[in-house]
Design a protein around this ligand. Structure first.
Ligand code: A3P
Length: 264
């Protein structure tokens, strides 16, 4: 049967979303779809900014799955897209939502590092971060900054979904304890805890946990070169200013979700 996704990894960009998806793929009950690989027929989806899988017409594009399988989809931009919660709710109100969160300062630097690798001519990180550096005025319209204001974006989701339907993965713990974080993801998805410590090894060259056996080749597999990049060096004072900027948003976020991610 072709099914709508049971769960969507809705964010956040550079949080560790690829790792979560690749690890779910190892699970015999986990089927993963990629919005990139599937493009809806013209006119099938009413909004161009929100294409797959946010319309019923797209069901025909989903892979066939068995009753015992769950389909998981990933579109990290949804978390910060105003109309995404309503659209997902209207598509299927019991869709489970997964958000991989990471220290917003590190996330912003990771995001900038990625953009810089594609467009080497962009202004400096400092230049883009501040409206006025001496006044400590941060430019919240810059996406790299805006995405990390988790508490703000979460409010739009809570207008449609109860907190119990949203699972937050710690991007930091996903690196230090991938089996532990994936254990909680499996519980949330209601699938057996099949992915455990046995599936991972720490690859010293990569500096990250990798899979002992990939789902396709059965050979050890790390994520690609674009995952786990060396970050651009940023002035420690700028980092301090950004920490101060994010602190109230982080505290509000911890209070809302009832979990302390220890970014302070
Ligand atoms: P960096 O490249 O900044 O280190 P996303 O997939 O959402 O774009 O997130 C990318 C981030 O995933 C990487 O950011 C990296 O820190 C993190 N990550 C988590 N687990 C990883 C793993 N096992 N291998 C590589 N990167 C991992």
């Amino acid at each position: 049967t072709k099914r709508l996704p049971r769960a969507i990894v809705v964010g956040v960009k550079k949080g560790g979303t690829r790792a979560v998806l690749e690890f779910i793929r190892v699970h015999p009950e986990g089927t993963v779809t990629s919005p990139m690989a599937l493009s809806p027929p013209p006119g099938a989806c009413p909004s161009s900014s929100l294409t797959f899988p946010l319309c019923f017409a797209c069901r025909s594009l989903m892979p066939r799955t068995l009753d015992s399988q769950i389909t998981v989809e990933k579109t990290p931009s949804y978390f910060v897209t105003k109309e995404a919660p309503r659209r997902i709710f209207n598509m299927s109100r019991d869709t489970k939502l997964i958000v991989v969160v990471r220290n917003p300062v590190t996330r912003a630097i990771s995001d900038y590092t990625q953009t810089l690798s594609k467009k080497p001519d962009i202004p400096t990180f400092e230049g883009l971060t501040f409206r006025n550096r001496s006044l400590g005025l941060v430019d919240t319209s810059w996406n790299a900054i805006r995405i990390g204001m988790y508490a703000v974006h979460l409010q739009s989701w809570l207008q449609y979904f109860p907190l119990s339907q949203i699972h937050f993965v710690s991007g930091e713990r996903l690196i230090t304890d991938p089996a532990g974080e994936m254990g909680k993801v499996q519980d949330f998805l209601g699938i057996k805890r099949v992915i455990t410590d046995k599936h991972f090894y720490f690859n010293k060259t990569k500096g990250f946990p990798c899979l002992k056996k990939s789902e396709t080749s059965g050979l050890p597999r790390c994520l690609g070169k674009s995952k786990g990049r060396t970050h651009v060096q940023i002035d420690p004072e700028v980092i301090e200013q950004l920490r101060d900027f994010y602190r109230p948003y982080n505290i509000k976020f911890y209070e809302t979700v009832g979990q302390d991610f220890r970014w302070e």
